[in-house]
Design a protein around this ligand. Structure first.
Ligand code: BGC
Length: 512
């Protein structure tokens, strides 16, 4: 195997002048709060759908089935209900549609308006859900939340990639994922403490992260890349100076201007993305979010309390275990933040996949051994529950320092400016379609595939590790507007990138 293959090729490692400015870090934390609303939502639905008063009010059929089943019969199937899963998954369909509109707004009007709009709509959704009286109100609220998330996920990761200097881009972009995990953990905590009666508190509290994100994005400046793309060069230059903390930004500015010239030539970014020279980026923005969802992580995130309840824990113990996995998710993300710009993207992608694979096999064996195919476990010993929770936590850590943050970082950073908004929209849409499918199908799949479900996901984890090994070049430390170069030296992708088509870049790199 050629070394270039293992490193995945390489690109131009340039270093522009600049300091790590507090101003920029704070800006990134605020933009990262886009992840907070997404995370809160992921964490909240699993909790409320395991609360008896919530089920009694909106999904009485499930409630009665659960009550009747508590003594025995098939544990794998007791939560399987189409309306209940639609409650969870409707949000992701809305986010998917919204991200297409968000792509247009993000490109034409900038990253900031898209974030502000996302925060506002999410806030409205939280209010509708908090006051819901029937299933229709619940679903309308979920759709509004979804639209907010579609806009936030479209703009925030791109914002972070553009604002961050190349050598810190990994960690700053990962603030988005960190905020997702903080959102999930906050939701788990709220679920835990309002478990007895107050599902309204759980749903209504979504307004808090929405307000934080809304206020944060109102205070943010737009990125230099977006300002320059929209013809506001002096403002873009000034902003770049402030972000970098130095006056000498000419080099970086020249690259952004060049990229924005290329972007202006492109009238139809969507069909442009289909051109042969963007094939590597297109494949990545489709397959990375697809694989991210087929790690099976959201089975744990959405349904951890339900899952733990299914495998024999009581209601409170289930929420507590979900809280533990939520905590692990958050802490493990920090590990990646501290190391991704040093160890690189490929290292974490591969390490995370191996770790998740091993844990999925252990969970499948544990559940299979006790539940078999009948779903009747009998008495469950404490040590058994301990092993399952431990394996799930190690699995969650594996995701949290690899495919979780990298699933947002890598698609956001590999897209050239001219197709960045369209490409990010594909990334968000694919992510949402498969989040929807997993949310909608998990309870049915658990019912049909039983413990085999975990083996099913482990197969995908294996394939995605091979995909990264052979096809993803390393992008750490390369300035965002130069990343297009990495494909030209990659053993597989170089045949797709037509050098002659890209004269401006070629001249620049050969010093003409
Ligand atoms: C994924 C979500 C997932 C979350 C878990 C995100 O990167 O996109 O689907 O629930 O990580 O932390």
């Amino acid at each position: 195997m050629a070394a270039g293959f293992i490193n995945g090729g390489g690109g131009e490692r340039k270093d522009y002048p600049g300091k790590m400015m507090w101003r920029m870090v704070i800006t990134c934390i605020m933009a990262g709060c886009g992840g907070l609303i997404f995370g809160y939502d992921i964490g909240i639905s699993g909790g409320v759908t395991s609360m008896a008063p919530f089920l009694q009010k909106f999904f009485p059929r499930v409630y009665h089935r659960e009550e009747l089943n508590s003594g025995g019969t098939n544990q794998y199937c007791k939560f399987d209900d189409t309306m209940l899963t639609l409650f969870t998954s409707s949000l992701y369909l809305a986010a998917l549609v919204a991200s297409v509109f968000a792509s247009f707004i993000t490109r034409k009007f900038g990253r900031k308006p898209s974030m502000v709009f996302g925060g506002l709509v999410f806030l409205a959704g939280a209010a509708v859900n908090g006051f819901a009286h029937n299933v229709a109100m619940l679903i309308i609220g979920r759709i509004l939340l979804g639209v907010g998330i579609g806009f936030a996920n479209q703009s925030a990761p791109v914002y972070l990639c553009e604002v961050a200097p190349a050598k810190h881009r990994g960690k700053l972009n990962m603030l988005f994922q960190l905020m997702i995990t903080v959102g999930i953990l906050a939701a788990n905590l709220i679920n835990f403490f309002s478990a007895k009666m107050r599902w309204r508190v759980s749903l209504g509290c979504a307004g808090i992260p929405a307000l934080i994100f809304l206020i944060g994005s109102l205070c943010l400046p737009d990125t230099s890349n977006s300002l320059i793309e929209r013809g506001r060069l002096p403002e873009g230059k000034e902003q770049l100076r402030k972000f970098r903390g130095v006056d000498d930004v000419e080099d970086e500015l020249a690259d952004i201007v060049l990229a924005s010239e290329a972007a202006k030539q492109v009238e139809k970014p969507w069909s442009n993305l289909l051109r042969r020279k963007y094939r590597p980026q297109l494949v990545m923005v489709v397959l990375i979010p697809f694989f991210q969802q087929f790690t099976g992580m959201n089975v744990i995130m959405f349904y951890a309390p339900v899952l733990f309840k299914t495998i024999g824990f009581g209601s409170n113990a289930s929420l507590a275990s979900a809280l533990i996995s939520g905590g692990v998710n958050c802490v493990a993300t920090l590990v990646s933040i501290c190391t991704v710009d040093r160890l690189g993207r490929r290292f974490w992608f591969l390490e995370g996949a191996i770790q998740m694979f091993i844990c999925q096999i252990i969970v499948a064996i544990c559940i299979g051994a006790k539940f078999g195919v009948s779903g009747n476990p009998g008495e469950l010993p404490v040590w058994y529950a301990g092993i399952v929770v431990f394996a799930i936590c190690v699995y969650v850590a594996g995701f949290a320092w690899s495919w979780g943050p990298l699933g947002w970082l890598v698609p956001g950073e590999i897209l050239p400016l001219e197709v960045r908004s369209a490409g990010q929209s594909v990334n968000v849409s694919v992510n949402m379609i498969f989040t929807f499918i997993i949310a909608q199908c998990f309870l049915r799949m658990l019912c049909v595939m039983k413990f085999g479900l975990f083996i099913f996901f482990s197969g995908f984890v294996l394939v995605m590790a091979l995909f990264i090994y052979y096809f993803l070049p390393e992008t750490k430390g390369i300035p965002i507007e130069d990343i297009a170069e990495v494909w030209k030296t990659h053993p597989y992708w170089k045949r797709f990138v037509d050098e002659d088509d890209d004269v401006a870049r070629k001249n620049r790199f050969s010093g003409v």
